[in-house]
Design a protein around this ligand. Sequence first.
Ligand code: ZN
Length: 126
Amino acid sequence: MARRAEPTPRVVPVRAMVSTVEFSTAEHPMTEQCPSEDSEPIRTCVGCRSRVARSHLLRIVVVGGELLPDVRRRMHGRGAHVHPDLACVELAERRKAFPRALRVAGPLGLKQVRAHLEQYPRNTGG
Ligand SMILES: [Zn+2]
């Protein structure tokens, strides 16, 4: 009986989840504004999924399970972008787009966002 030492292959479990590859939305406050024109970052509305200039969208952050409108875009953490329109916000809520975009477990409160949108109705002027 020859005992052959079998080289035990070290199987490293690959757990890399590459199913949802997305562009990094990390925003570094140190990033200098590029002076070139028409270089405004494009963001996708989590409601209607249309891609528009970031300034047309409202940044939403989550604080303690409550969604908050980040009007000045200065709050830390992940942000979700949505049209400042209740229709898009509600659409995003139905699709559970906020928890997905913000990488947190839902459900998330929308009271602050609703209040914000009711206080500042959509600006239709161009
Ligand atoms: Zn939208």
